[in-house]
Ligand binder design. Structure first.
Ligand code: SAM
Length: 328
């Protein structure tokens, strides 16, 4: 039953965007005014997401990540996760969040079977945090991170987008955090996605340079296995309690290992973060598609998967996709 693409990659991982809305307006992700949100009736209902996930699992998917927009702004997300963890074949359901609403729901998420969380954290400086996220509060997110640790949503990963001139001076602070705390920092290269007005090659900072900075503090030892390490190569310091990961979205090619599809909040199955194309599952679902036809549509999306993404530093602004629309 395995889903395999034209390049021999087995598809085992589905990223499910549950909303395009977000309670933050990160500089690189969205314009200050936000995006033109999709009308409510276009957004997949929870029962529709469950039908798609069941079919994907029957075809071999074992891992899910819930994302957005900000998934925790969607009402009753806990009940969706409770249903998804029960789908036969699904072994892990993880969540990507900005952490603003995490403190109050971490316990409930853990209780229904969420495996772990990735929390976006681009700076450890409160004033800068407000500047980068426009609407965020660092203290609130730190409380969310502690709540995730307290309830056992391990490993807690922190996603830090490298922004030259904004947070590159903080790479050391993030690195040192992994020496003293069981936190897993992943440095991510800025991609030409999201807010075209912000993106500029001068703001780009490579993961190779970030890794060199981290190495100034001690030898980095490659970590053989960190659950769900995906496109990141993970390392730890000797005696370090956490790990460091480097996601070279533009400078390192990891597409050959890509095992994922993306379900947008309005029900398109996208073969790649960088794809403009995909397969509309929502309309057929609402017209009573048969399981066989749903299978065929999923396979069609897998067939469309490109060998690698085409994002690069020279991309024109009109070529940008909004991250919140695709699902980060
Ligand atoms: N709101 C959730 C969160 O904060 O994790 C999920 C969606 S968010 C779009 C997913 C991740 O994409 C975040 O870690 C964010 O920093 C990252 N992201 C958004 N735009 C990006 C860009 N242009 N380049 C690199 N990462 C980006």
């Amino acid at each position: 039953m395995e889903l395999c693409d034209r390049f021999g990659r087995a598809i085992e991982y589905l990223r499910v965007s549950v909303t395009d809305r977000c309670n933050l307006r990160c500089l690189y992700c969205m314009p200050a005014s936000g995006c033109a949100w999709k009308p409510q009736e276009q957004i997949l209902r929870y029962e529709e997401i469950v039908v798609i996930v069941r079919e994907m699992a029957r075809l071999g998917a074992t891992k899910l990540r819930i994302t957005g927009g900000e998934p925790l702004v969607r009402k009753d997300l806990v009940s969706l996760i409770a249903q998804l963890v029960q789908v036969p074949g699904i072994e892990e359901v993880a969540l990507s969040t900005n952490g603003m609403l995490l403190e109050r729901c971490a316990e409930a998420l853990k209780a229904v079977g969420l495996s772990r969380v990735n929390i976006s954290l681009d700076t450890l400086d409160a004033a800068k945090f407000s500047q980068v996220t426009r609407l965020g509060n660092l203290e609130t997110v730190l409380r969310g991170i502690h709540a995730a640790q307290r309830v056992g949503l391990h490993p807690v990963k922190l996603n830090c987008v490298l922004l030259r001139g904004i947070n590159d001076e903080e790479i050391d602070r993030f690195a040192l955090l992994t020496m003293t705390q069981p936190l897993h920092v992943r440095f991510i290269e800025l991609m030409p996605l999201g807010n075209p007005e912000f993106f500029n090659p001068d703001r780009f900072f490579s993961v190779a340079d970030a890794k060199a900075r981290c190495e100034e503090w001690g030898e980095l030892i490659a970590v053989e296995e960190l659950v769900g390490s995906g496109p990141a190569t993970a390392y730890r310091y000797r005696n370090g309690r956490g790990t460091l990961g480097f996601i070279g979205a533009l400078t390192c090619s990891f597409c050959h290992r890509c095992n994922r599809l993306r379900l947008t909040s309005d029900g398109w199955l996208r073969p790649c973060l960088d794809s403009r194309t995909g397969v509309n599952l929502r309309d057929p679902l609402r017209c009573g598609v048969s399981p066989d036809d749903l299978d065929a549509l999923i396979r069609q999306a897998v067939e469309m998967k490109p060998e690698s993404h085409q994002m690069n530093l020279a991309m024109r602004q009109d070529e940008f996709e909004t991250m919140c629309a695709v699902g980060g």
